[in-house]
Design a protein around this ligand. Structure first.
Ligand code: H2U
Length: 356
């Protein structure tokens, strides 16, 4: 069989979420007269007296942050979920079902994790040792929340940049842990389970082996981790972080894998910043196996990065029109995106500018 010509419009399948995306490479040079985003290039102070997340400051809900010096975790003052101890939740019916209108009460925990006391730095600019402390905090949160009977899934995610709706530039991420398995991890569970039942190996492990052989979508890698633009990427510079060893969650990572994770996060986020010489916005999240007590041996831990930028620091990809009504579509191919991310320097452009 002749391989398909991928420079023509085609669809690609995402085996993790069981979805298709439309790729239109011939369209990448179309003119753009639409929205141009504002670039926020100002240098922030190390400490901002107005910031809700800086050490020693009073938060929006009235609580006062301690004078923290490393990673700092607190319960979200405006949580999307209420805990099981909430009285109203206890007296309500937990399920309402009919043939059409279904709902169920949800409980859980929402926390905020500040990466550093420094208001002006992002993960790309933090030393790997500080990122390693963030990794250790992620592990501790997953261990603590995942051990609870009333938590089936722990979702870690970071919104970075105004463009992604991030409310505060102070480097931070969030953890939402829920009684139910959310939709996207639920789809990934079904797909990985199905693949394992059919082929007897883990889907992402087989995918990683294939990508390592082909090389065309790799971005950066080390002894324990690989960053790549997935074959089925939707966002222009979307990437995935995959461990070379089959592990289902962050607590299963060995110390050397945690060190290497800090390094690869620094490497990937630095490449992102260097692409358009701007603090690159994105939403990222970890997808680990559910914490429902089952083994899920086919689940390989991975992180997903979804940056909105398309062709410059000011032109973003909009998921509108066809994407909202039919299926996601992209112009620049995942292979081209990976080549561009590979081609940028490994040293952060701000470090270069400062000459350090
Ligand atoms: P972003 O990661 O999207 O910026 O959201 C920050 C979270 O921090 C948001 O969920 C919480 C908001 O509720 N927050 C507090 O808990 N206390 C504050 O004083 C400010 C923001």
């Amino acid at each position: 069989m002749r391989p398909m010509n991928l420079s023509l419009p085609h669809r690609r399948y995402n085996p993790l979420t069981d979805e298709w995306i439309l790729v239109s490479p011939q369209r990448a040079t179309r003119p753009w007269l639409g929205a141009v985003e504002r670039v926020v290039q100002e240098r922030r102070p190390e400490y901002d007296p107005q910031c809700y997340l800086c050490p020693g400051n009073t938060r929006a809900g009235g609580a006062v942050n301690p004078p923290y010096t490393g990673v700092y975790v607190f319960d979200n003052d405006f949580p999307a979920l209420l805990g099981v101890e909430n009285e109203e939740l206890r007296v309500e019916n937990s399920l309402s079902q009919s043939s059409i209108l279904n709902s169920e009460l949800e409980t859980g925990v929402c926390r905020v994790i500040c990466f550093s006391p420094r208001h002006d730095l992002t993960l790309a600019e933090l030393p790997a040792a500080q990122i390693r402390a963030v990794v250790d905090t992620w592990v501790a949160q997953c261990e603590e929340l995942g051990a609870r009977d009333d938590i089936a899934y722990v979702q870690l995610f970071e919104n970075k940049g105004e463009m992604m709706g991030c409310s505060n530039p102070h480097p931070h991420c969030q953890v939402w842990a829920t009684r139910h398995l959310p939709t996207i991890p639920g789809r990934k569970l079904a797909s990985q389970e199905r693949y394992f039942a059919r082929y007897g190996s883990d889907l992402l492990g087989d995918y990683l082996a294939l990508e390592l052989r082909r090389g065309e979508r790799l971005v950066c890698a080390n002894e324990y981790w690989v960053a790549l633009v997935p074959f089925w990427a939707v966002w222009p510079f979307e990437t995935m972080l995959i461990p070379r060893r089959l592990v289902g969650d962050l607590p299963s990572l060995l110390p050397e894998e945690r060190d290497a994770l800090a390094e690869v996060i620094k490497g990937l986020t630095t490449r992102y910043d260097n692409l358009f010489r701007v603090s690159f916005p994105y939403s990222m999240g970890w997808h680990a196996k559910p914490t429902d007590g089952a083994a899920h041996p086919y689940w390989r831990l991975h992180a997903v990065y979804y940056p909105p930028l398309l062709r410059s620091a000011t032109v973003r990809k909009f998921m509108v029109g066809y994407e909202m009504t039919a299926e996601p579509q992209r112009d620049i191919t995942p292979e081209e995106a990976a080549a561009r991310l590979r081609a940028v320097p490994e040293r952060h452009y701000l470090e270069e500018r400062r000459g350090s």
